[in-house]
Design a protein around this ligand. Structure first.
Ligand SMILES: Cc1cc2nc3c(=O)[nH]c(=O)nc-3n(C[C@H](O)[C@H](O)[C@H](O)COP(=O)(O)OP(=O)(O)OC[C@H]3O[C@@H](n4cnc5c(N)ncnc54)[C@H](O)[C@@H]3O)c2cc1C
Length: 495
């Protein structure tokens, strides 16, 4: 009997899991109780402007998060109907990544008539909106200041006991480990030994007030500026367009990246200066005045975030506990990775709802079998594509890359459209006692077509395609390093 769900972590996975499980299971289990235990004493995230695709926005609309976000006024984020792509070399607009669709209204399910574009929003605001939506469900509780340390499967009982650092204990029937890349649920309980590893890449990002810059923005909402030495994402992230977020991915040693986090003020200033040097060396030759100024301005507060991943394989579950989101499969942010986490939670909630009469482990097996190949494929693709990027191009190669961009974007319009219209709430899921559609190894409806794109670039392709179907994911499925660069910079924000 399932009544008490315990979730570890109040990040995107944990909050999505609470919302998805409440949405799908409350009609079947009226006295369901969901409790999230979060390490931090208060709601907090590392700052940074998150990119949300039409797919993620559709999920957030369903869960009531968009309504809550609206209460933030200008800070509810900025709608992005396109990311304009510029050549830093010539200043010319090369193309744009479109989120507004044929009729300019966005993408969605033709049946319900709702349409979504993309949005840039500060991570903390999204998190607070998710918490507000969770509170309104009535059966979700969030307990802060609780650090998970271990768990015990109670003998001959359908309950699991969770132990926290403050020596308190909670018990539930199901444990969802949503505690991110450094997951203690994974390392101390479900899959001891599977440690996170540094990817070799770090994200350099910063924010600045537009009023502090002399140059005028050359874009409407969001831009990607290609240079010989990588690409710089520069975007607004609040409605009044008074704040700019900029980011670029760089390859660097773990020791250097580690030095950039959790430091005192004066050390941060030294680091800020060295990161400014890095940004300046890459982007200060741009003929676009706004890019030149961002790359060199002392007003931009640069920080570096090392990126870690969880190696493929290993266990995702034990008897009554399962890992979701980054805890299970943190990977290089090739695209809108947060939506992978949301997909996880929706799909697991639906599979569980279909199999309530079966042992939990059966549900986990079905979920794992359906999800694993897609995640593995996305992980491998992402790693390979990142390995290829960040190489400096000579003038001829840079010219050639730029010329290819419009063709590449046009060629992928159809698959992006399909990706935008994907919905984990409606995707076929494996069978159960409450009726469903059997599937075979992948939850992606069009994984075949996508895997053929991937296969040009991926020798280890399993043929399953990657898990998600939003546009950003589709961009990254192109084989060309240029598109990969675009993708990587579209999604790079801070963690
Ligand atoms: C550089 C970078 C840029 C990215 N940009 C984007 C983007 O633009 N768009 C996008 O969609 N995705 C992006 N992503 C991916 C996205 O951030 C992650 O996939 C997503 O945040 C994963 O959410 P999560 O809830 O699984 O993990 P987290 O967000 O890491 O949340 C884990 C939570 O668990 C808590 N916790 C940890 N340990 C414990 C414990 N022992 N006990 C209790 N609680 C604990 C943490 O405090 C935290 O609240 C990016 C990722 C990176 C690395």
């Amino acid at each position: 009997m399932l009544q008490d769900i315990i979730i570890i972590g109040s990040g995107i996975s944990g909050l999505s899991a609470a919302l998805a499980f409440s949405h799908y299971l409350t009609p079947l289990i009226p006295d369901l109780r969901i409790t999230i235990f979060e390490l931090h004493p208060v709601p907090s995230t590392s700052g940074g402007a998150l990119s949300l695709s039409p797919v993620a926005l559709r999920y957030f609309d369903l869960f009531g998060v968009l309504d809550e976000l609206e209460n933030f006024g200008a800070d509810s984020g900025i709608d992005v109907d396109a990311v304009e792509i510029f050549s830093s070399r010539t200043g010319k607009a090369l193309s744009h990544l479109d989120f507004s669709g044929k009729h300019g209204l966005g993408y969605g399910d033709p049946e319900d008539g709702k349409r979504y574009k993309a949005r840039r929003v500060m991570r903390i605001n999204l998190s607070l909106a998710m918490m507000a939506a969770a509170e309104k469900r009535g059966n979700i509780k969030i307990v802060f200041g609780k650090k998970f340390v271990s768990a015990v499967q109670l003998e001959n009982e359908d309950r699991i006991e969770v132990h926290f650092q403050d020596e308190s204990i909670a018990t539930g029937n199901l444990l969802l480990g949503c505690d991110g890349v450094w997951s203690a649920t994974r390392r101390h309980f479900i899959d001891p030994g599977r440690q996170a590893e540094y990817t070799g890449f770090s994200l350099v990002q910063g924010t600045v007030k537009t009023a502090c810059l002399r140059a005028k923005p050359h874009f409407r909402n969001s831009s990607l500026n290609l240079s010989k030495a990588g690409s710089l994402l520069v975007t607004f992230y609040e409605k009044q367009r008074q704040e700019i977020f900029a980011s670029a991915m760089v390859e660097c040693r773990e020791e250097s990246a580690k030095d950039h986090t959790g430091l005192g003020k004066w050390k941060k200033e030294i680091i800020n200066r060295s990161l400014r040097g890095e940004m300046s060396s890459r982007f200060s030759e741009s003929v676009i005045p706004f890019i030149r100024e961002i790359a060199t301005s002392t007003e931009v507060d640069w920080m570096m975030y090392p990126i870690y991943q969880v190696p493929l394989g290993g266990n995702w579950y034990t008897h009554r506990a399962i890992l979701l989101g980054d805890a299970a499969h943190a990977m290089l942010p090739r695209d809108e990775s947060a939506a992978y986490a949301i997909d996880d939670t929706i799909l697991l909630a639906r599979i569980l709802a279909n199999n309530l009469d079966s042992p939990l482990e059966t549900t986990f097996q079905i979920y794992d079998a359906a999800r694993r190949s897609d995640i593995s494929h996305a992980f491998r693709d992402s790693f390979k594509l990142w390995q290829k990027r960040n190489t400096d191009a000579g003038p001829i190669e840079a010219w050639f890359r730029e010329r290819l961009i419009p063709f590449q974007i046009r060629n992928n319009q159809m698959s992006w459209k399909a990706a935008f219209e994907y919905d984990a709430n409606k995707a076929p899921i494996p069978g159960g006692s409450r009726a469903s559609t059997p599937i075979n190894g992948s939850l992606r409806p069009n994984s075949k077509s996508r895997s053929s794109l991937y296969s040009q670039d991926t020798t280890t392709s399993s043929g399953g395609g990657s898990v998600n179907n939003n546009q950003l994911r589709e961009f990254s499925s192109c084989s060309q390093p240029e598109i990969t660069n675009m993708m990587n910079n579209l999604v790079v924000i801070e963690k």
